[in-house]
Design a protein around this ligand. Sequence first.
Ligand SMILES: Cc1cc2nc3c(=O)[nH]c(=O)nc-3n(C[C@H](O)[C@H](O)[C@H](O)COP(=O)(O)OP(=O)(O)OC[C@H]3O[C@@H](n4cnc5c(N)ncnc54)[C@H](O)[C@@H]3O)c2cc1C
Length: 352
Amino acid sequence: MNQIIIIGAGLSGLVTAYELKKMGIPALVLEARSRYGGRIWTLKGEGRGTPLEMGATWFGDKHQHLIGLLLELGVRYFDQHSRGIALLESMSFAPAQRFELPESEEPYHRILGGSSTLVKALIGRIGEDNIRLGTPVEEIREQPGGLLITARGGKEYPCRFAVSTLPPGLLAKTVRFTPALPPEILGLMAQTHTWMSESVKFAVEYDKPFWREHGFAGTAYSQAGPATEIYDHTNFEETAFALKGFLSAGAAQLKEDDRREMVLRQLVKLFGLEAANYLSYIDWPWALEPFTHHNYNGYILPHQNSGHPAFSRPLMNGRLFLSGTETSPEFGGYMDGAVLSGLLAADRVALL
Ligand SMILES: Cc1cc2nc3c(=O)[nH]c(=O)nc-3n(C[C@H](O)[C@H](O)[C@H](O)COP(=O)(O)OP(=O)(O)OC[C@H]3O[C@@H](n4cnc5c(N)ncnc54)[C@H](O)[C@@H]3O)c2cc1C
């Protein structure tokens, strides 16, 4: 029987596994996807291999749990480039307004090599042998002395304690509990927003930062769309260049070719003709990812029920602990919240 099973190899689950390993407590991580990292996912651009963030990207000095972890693991970070003229586009048929961004007192940071560098550093410490990829958990059942976790295909994993790091709404919708969880906690979980799960991120790679050469920061905000926010995404070494940002959530309904065409048209309008001369384009509609997003019963507010105190209480006779960024008492939804929830879950199960 496993002592502890952690469900999910996103940042939160990996932090718990890493902390338990440091304490000498064995734990097995079950991950549904065929990759690590969950909502952290850095791709290499097809043009120049530019690290392109499809998920989590930025953090600030206030995110001390994350920064502490980066320092401990020796993972370096650098400031987001924002010098130059920024743009505000309010109508598609009118030119964008230009403005200077104030020198930010609190710069936003990015991880060198991409956010997946942090995930790789954690995997290196935990050991791949302690993680099973391609193992979606379907049922958590109480049994004498612990829990029985069943994955797709029927493989069973008995354990004394389990930590779920699934966004609470996803857990309530996609995992069966035997016996059923109390309706109050199930209802609360189902009404908890999964941060950024409706986002569509895009990146366009270039062979040079032509926007910088014309005095632009690469930053643009738009109410005309389809891109609503755009930022410079040059790598730390300043050898690989890209613009990246968010598309309006409705863009997920379009075909990728149509999205690409619309984004390039907008970039040409904002930054000039050179924007059409790109090396590669990629975008990622997270709402199509079944191991991140689920549909809600009705309207839900951003961050709704994030960090609810009920998430800190174990379920199933004290055997099942809820973790993951949406359960974090601070910075729920963000990488920092994922780290904090991972640390708290490790401390809770280590005391048992
Ligand atoms: C587009 C986007 C942009 C973002 N930008 C930022 C940012 O700039 N800054 C910031 O701080 N945060 C950002 N975030 C949020 C950040 O990514 C999350 O806070 C953090 O990665 C969450 O980690 P987690 O481990 O709690 O959850 P997740 O990363 O969601 O991990 C949960 C894991 O559980 C797995 N799983 C799901 N179902 C099952 C199952 N049935 N069985 C087994 N495993 C399962 C999933 O595959 C996943 O690996 C962004 C997120 C997105 C999507």
